[in-house]
Design a protein around this ligand. Sequence first.
Ligand code: ZN
Length: 164
Amino acid sequence: MALRKIIHIEDELLRKKSRPVERFDAKLAHLLDDMAETMYAAEGVGLAAPQVAVLRRVVVMDCGDGLIEMVNPEIVATSGEQEDAEGCLSVPGRRGLVKRPMNVTVRFKDRTGAACELEAEGLLARCIMHETDHLDGRLYVDIMEREIFEDEESDGEEELEENE
Ligand code: ZN
């Protein structure tokens, strides 16, 4: 495994649409391993392949309940609403208030190509929306209600520490 370099908001690659994975091979496994290592090293809760300059539909997440890997994720249903602070490893030092669905159903493949489905709520639902947005070249700053500034962060909302 190896750490990959996380690219930042000024990089054009973050604005491109990623392509689906077609081969569930050793190269994909290697990418997933590297992405998880890179996410944990950066203390993030999610990372999408375009953030490490790979334009493939691959994301990893860990919102506190263990590592989740998703290949070719597709949001099939959403419901409810939540509004909270969001950050991004590709947008360092910034936070924004973002509206997301409270509940998300996502279909995806695992690293072997097996079909999976997951129903998520709360922070994990937020994380899934944030990461799948990356695969279509969308960043949270495009859809946020407003920027959250440093002095607000001392109010102690733990969610403010999350990075995706
Ligand atoms: Zn992000």
